[in-house]
Design a protein around this ligand. Structure first.
Ligand SMILES: Cc1cc2ncn([C@H]3O[C@H](COP(=O)(O)O)[C@@H](O)[C@H]3O)c2cc1C
Ligand SMILES: O=C(O)c1cccnc1
Length: 350
């Protein structure tokens, strides 16, 4: 009961500040450029204003949260890489040598690496230990995890979002690490969108044709074995999702609850975002898409969410790397809003 109250509270998303949005639009229209010429950058400023209530928002403090978990379904041979890579990459994050940590350093973003469910033990320095369990169960044979565990993982994410807000982070990116998680993410995408598995499933880290066929068959079997309820996003996350996916859903809900804008990355973080939006539709207003991954399900999810990716880079990495790569565009957008002259300052009526 108390738990239900907590989740209910988390889903009370404040409404968009339409007055701030309008003021931001007016401001952008007055800047010394042809009307609308900054394209998506103008949209960024206007949407940030609606989220934060500030006409020209400040996004100096940025962070990327990388949630990590292992997947029992890897024993079905659904990834081009062995499951041990999850743990190795957690070490790589800790040393600042992974793509996402290198990019975060370059673009001035803080990094939180959160272990919600890897099999790695002990954890390297600096990694937050929020382990709910040591990897999920194989979803091709039964539920990946329990509803209880799903809620625990959700809470890990939501608590971090609140902590970030309190610590002064102004723009968040979300990402993940978990070998096998494009299989889980595609399964959750099939549940939430109702689209055929064949259309949604991609090669992940680089499966060959046989591997791709096997992956499709494993996802189809997992859906048949578990029969997740499409109307209950938590059921899909529990039965065919993953610990890091549920944590990202919680993080996104928590961020939206506290008006912290979130940039999603590839397939896996975007399916977590769709689950959050299905739980609380108001979340959508706080989301930005960064790029469009090579995974076929990603485009379907972005369309369902009504989000337009800012970058075309042909990336298929995950970790939050694409989301961090979009940070300079946000800086560019806010800098133009802050520093450009207006037509009236130039002595012209715009
Ligand atoms: C070295 C390495 C680094 C990565 N960083 C992110 N991923 C990405 O690949 C995994 C999902 O792909 P699949 O479902 O095919 O296993 C996730 O961990 C994702 O973040 C990586 C994968 C590898 C191999
Ligand atoms: O879409 C992604 O983020 C992705 C694609 C392939 C492998 N890992 C992540």
């Amino acid at each position: 009961m108390e738990k239900d109250q907590w989740l209910k509270g988390l889903m009370e998303i404040p409404v968009t500040d339409e007055k701030a949005e309008k003021e931001a639009r007016n401001h952008m229209d007055q800047l010394t450029k042809p009307l609308g010429a900054l394209g998506d950058l103008e949209e960024i400023v206007i949407r940030l204003a609606g989220i934060t209530g500030e006409t020209v928002p400040d996004i100096e403090r940025k962070g990327v949260a990388v949630f990590c978990g292992d997947h029992g379904v890897t024993e079905e041979g659904v990834s081009a890489y062995p499951a041990e890579v999850t743990g190795l990459m957690i070490g790589n994050f800790s040393r600042g040598k992974a793509a996402v940590t290198v990019l975060a350093r370059r673009f001035g973003a803080e990094v939180s690496v959160v272990d919600v469910g890897s099999r790695l033990e002990p954890l390297p320095e600096g990694v937050l230990d929020r382990k709910v369990r040591f990897g999920t169960a194989n979803m091709a044979r039964g539920p990946a995890m329990t509803r209880e565990e799903t809620l625990k993982a959700l809470r890990v994410g939501a608590d971090l979002a609140l902590q970030w807000k309190e610590n002064g982070i102004q723009l968040a990116a979300v990402g993940e690490m978990g070998i096998g998680n494009t299989t889980s993410a595609s399964a959750v995408a099939a549940v939430l969108t109702g689209k055929p598995v064949r259309e949604l499933t991609g090669r992940g880290t680089g499966l060959d044709d046989d591997g791709l066929e096997r992956k499709r068959e494993v996802i189809t079997r997992s859906l048949e074995v578990n029969r997740p309820d499409p109307a209950d996003p938590l059921d899909g996350l529990a039965k065919v999702g993953g610990l890091e996916i549920a944590a990202m859903t919680g993080f996104i809900l928590g961020a939206a609850r506290h008006r912290l804008p979130v940039v999603v990355d590839g397939l896996i973080s975007t399916v977590a975002a769709l689950a959050a939006v299905r739980l609380a539709p108001g979340v959508r207003a706080c989301l930005f898409a960064s790029h469009r991954s090579a995974e076929p399900a990603h485009g379907v999810l972005l369309e369902d969410l009504g989000l337009k990716p800012l970058i075309t880079a042909g990336m298929r990495l995950g970790e939050g790397s694409g989301a961090v790569l979009a940070f300079p565009l946000f800086d560019g957008a806010v800098t133009t809003a802050k520093e450009m002259a207006t037509f009236s300052e130039l002595g012209l009526n715009g």
